[in-house]
Design a protein around this ligand. Structure first.
Ligand code: MG
Length: 341
């Protein structure tokens, strides 16, 4: 088995602004595993606030003894136990391996990855396209171009939140998913805003306030007319139980929970606690999005828009039909290179 990792810079079609920063590009690590003439792909896309970098991902992958990760010899669970024995954290690096190994295992077993989890294509939720914080004319332009999407995710947490929503509403009447990215700092004002947003057709709000402020987020969640979803506060399986006391739901992201294997456990745990589920992404190519799409049918909402926000996706874009990503019926994740790699 051959494992090759390389850094890759994703270029964004528009500068992407959220409550705390704006950026034009995003560096990821792409992984390629070759085994018995098969090629499988994985991807690590790092969240700034979790401390991983392309270098730390490359370093982690370099410490792996490939004899320990052969999926014909060891189960995915065994491989995760081995990866966790090397170092804690490093969840994006572990997700890259997890994704590539699922792709490889599907190809070896002649199964699409979603069939490995008995995930049902007909249960696929709508996926939103995210509109970052921007000038109203740019927001209107982005929303106009997003007509293939039947839900729009709006980033708020700026002094111009109502203007942003008004700009979106001038162009579309689709449901709105709201993400404040911890950008609001007064729970009463946040709740007033959420009532206003609900009147504008918002379906839920992600992470209204600082992830450490459980009481404020919990108070908002208790009093809100629409579900409040933990995102920055949610990382791994062990977080789910505590979050159930403070939020109506959680946003599952493969890069934070080390891939499909733990992501599936997060979903099972969240459902057992009565939580709503959203599945989201970082700035990602079709590779990590195809992996998240495997679990998306178990969730209420999906925000898997990475491939539509970048200009140099090295893989063919997922197929979108009626606002829903279509699960790929090819073996593994069914990824095809576009030749840009
Ligand atoms: Mg979010």
């Amino acid at each position: 088995m051959n494992v090759n990792a390389r850094k890759y810079r994703l270029h964004l079609e528009y500068p992407f602004g959220i409550a705390s920063y704006t950026r034009n590009h995003h560096d990821i690590v792409l992984l390629q595993i070759e085994h018995k003439g098969l090629v499988a792909y994985g991807e690590a896309s790092m969240a700034k606030y979790l401390g991983e970098t392309p270098e730390s991902v490359m370093d982690f992958i370099a410490t792996i003894d490939v004899r320990q990760i052969n999926p014909e010899k060891y189960s995915i669970a065994d491989i995760h136990a081995y990866l966790n024995s090397l170092a804690p954290g490093n969840t994006a690096a572990k997700a890259a391996l997890d994704i590539a190994l699922h792709d490889l295992q599907g190809k070896l077993m002649h199964k699409p990855c979603y069939a490995m989890y008995s995930s049902k294509p007909e249960d696929m939720p709508l996926t939103s396209l995210t509109v970052g914080i921007d000038q109203p004319e740019i927001i209107r332009e982005k929303v106009r171009k997003a007509s293939a999407f039947k839900a729009i995710k709006v980033k708020l947490g700026s002094p111009y939140d109502k203007d942003i929503v008004a700009a979106v509403r001038q162009v579309t009447d689709v449901p709105l998913y709201i993400d404040a990215n911890q950008g609001w700092d007064d729970k009463h004002l946040a709740l007033d805003m959420i009532y206003w947003l609900a009147e504008q057709g918002a379906v839920f709000v992600e992470q209204p306030m600082d992830k450490e402020d459980f009481d404020a987020n919990g108070w908002i969640s208790q009093n809100s007319p629409i579900p409040i979803i933990a995102d920055e506060a949610m990382q791994r399986l062990q977080d789910v139980e505590r979050l159930a006391d403070y939020y109506s739901g959680i946003n599952v992201k493969l890069m934070k929970c080390a891939g499909i294997y733990e992501g599936y456990q997060v979903i099972q745990k969240a459902r057992s606690l009565g939580l709503k589920l959203m599945i989201g992404c970082m700035t990602e190519t079709s590779c990590a999005i195809a992996a998240a799409a495997v679990l998306a049918p178990f969730c209420d909402w999906a925000d898997l828009d990475g491939p539509w926000l970048i200009t140099n996706n090295p893989f063919e874009a997922p197929v979108l039909e009626d606002g829903r990503i279509q699960l790929n019926k090819s073996y593994g994740l069914g990824l095809n290179l576009t030749g840009q790699l």
